[in-house]
Ligand binder design. Structure first.
Ligand code: SAH
Ligand code: SF4
Length: 365
């Protein structure tokens, strides 16, 4: 596949533009259009000579992403998008806005996909149920964000402030492309995002956690645990034996020792599976002494009845709160994730799962 504008670094763009016979400073201008102004085509780049725009459109086109479906939640604060890639694969991205009345600073978070599908196979996850297709390129990751940034700019709305790699796929299994996207997002000449406002979520990919610990950018780490013991974890995540729980915890301790940063642990609560008070106590024991925050996520039931995850349900509110109390009583900071976009299937891979049988039906919603 041809490289796209969003695939290259600023240094590489300079080299490309010089090779096309133009001065290197043009690269900085193009870069600013791409990431400060979230341009959607070279035509918009008014201060770039038409000859260079034409050459770039030919040799380094814009990333080919086609929005297929857009859904907005009832309160208008969550926008979810199903996107078709150049080879027909489908991915999802979500924009989550926060009510300015409850968060005066204003925040707009994009949840990006890093892969089409996922090889980890988590039984409760719609993406995992559908299997792995391929890694996304850096350009495909960035174009998801640029698309939302552009819409926000066009309407004078809150600019994008945060990125979470919590869409489809396991970002650590596509580290190189993900990391280049992070470097582009934090580049001061372009989007200039704070690294601390970017979070990578992993199912516990140990080499990825250790690699992240050595990076100089202060990107946040979230680790999805879902079980306090290895046996249950391997039932929920069939590939989990590759990264045993004690080794994940050891890698997390190493990450904290090196970076001095707090880790978020994600724990998807499933009724009668991993949500008992005893399991809460076991989780608290596992995390004791670790600088962390636990995010409890009541599971979103997946739509596909034929899968092993079909019988998985979210616990009653009282049971969720009892689990939270077990952690809190052991001094582990813990919140229950605010539900965003449940009615538009905002959880990982769910829109695609619904959309594949009947795109037209969804498009008319
Ligand atoms: N692969 C990475 C990042 C993408 S998944 C990871 O697993 O961490 C991001 C988060 O979505 C994970 O914490 C996962 O547990 C959660 N998730 C997946 N399916 C879900 C569902 N059906 N309901 C609620 N959360 C879900
Ligand atoms: Fe992959 Fe994360 Fe879904 Fe598990 S929860 S299948 S690791 S995307």
């Amino acid at each position: 596949m041809r490289e796209s504008l969003h695939d290259v670094s600023l240094v590489e763009l300079e080299a490309r533009i010089e090779a096309l016979g133009h001065p290197a400073y043009r690269a900085r201008q193009v870069w600013q259009w791409a990431y400060r102004h979230a341009a959607s085509s070279y035509d918009e780049m008014a201060n770039i000579p038409a000859s260079l725009r034409a050459q770039l459109a030919e040799t380094l086109p814009f990333t080919d992403l086609t929005p297929v479906t857009n859904l907005t939640s009832d309160d208008g604060l969550t926008r979810k998008r199903l996107i078709r890639l150049h080879d027909g694969k489908l991915i999802e991205s979500v924009l989550m806005l926060y009510d300015p009345r409850s968060d005066s600073r204003g925040r707009a978070t994009v949840c990006v996909s890093s892969q089409a599908g996922c090889a980890m196979g988590c039984v409760f996850c719609a993406t995992g149920q559908a299997g792995f297709e391929r890694n996304l390129t850096t350009g495909e990751i960035l174009a998801q964000i640029v698309g939302f940034a552009r819409e926000q700019a066009d309407t004078g709305a809150q600019p994008i402030t945060n990125i979470v790699f919590m869409g489809m796929g396991e970002p650590m299994a596509n580290y190189r492309a993900v990391w280049q996207a992070v470097e582009t997002l934090t580049n001061a000449e372009g989007a200039d995002m704070a690294a601390r406002h970017i979070t990578i979520s992993t199912v516990g990919h140990i080499p990825g956690i250790l690699k992240l610990a050595d990076e100089s950018l202060q990107v946040g780490l979230a680790v999805s645990l879902h079980a306090p013991d290895e046996e249950l974890r391997e039932r929920l995540i069939p590939t989990a034996h590759r990264f045993p729980l004690p080794d994940i915890i050891a890698a997390c301790r190493e990450y904290i020792a090196k970076t001095n940063r707090r880790i978020t642990f994600e724990y998807c609560l499933m009724d009668g599976v991993n949500d008992s008070p005893a399991q809460g106590r076991a989780l608290a024991a596992l995390l004791s002494g670790i600088n962390c925050h636990v995010n409890l996520i009541p599971v979103n039931p997946t739509p596909n009845d034929a899968t092993p995850g079909a019988a998985i349900r979210r616990p009653a509110r009282a049971r969720t709160l009892a689990f939270q109390r077990e952690l809190a009583s052991k001094g582990i900071p813990c919140t229950v994730r605010v539900e965003k976009g449940v009615e538009i299937s905002a959880a990982c891979g769910q829109l695609r799962g619904k959309a594949e049988p009947s795109l037209i039906q969804l498009a008319s919603l």
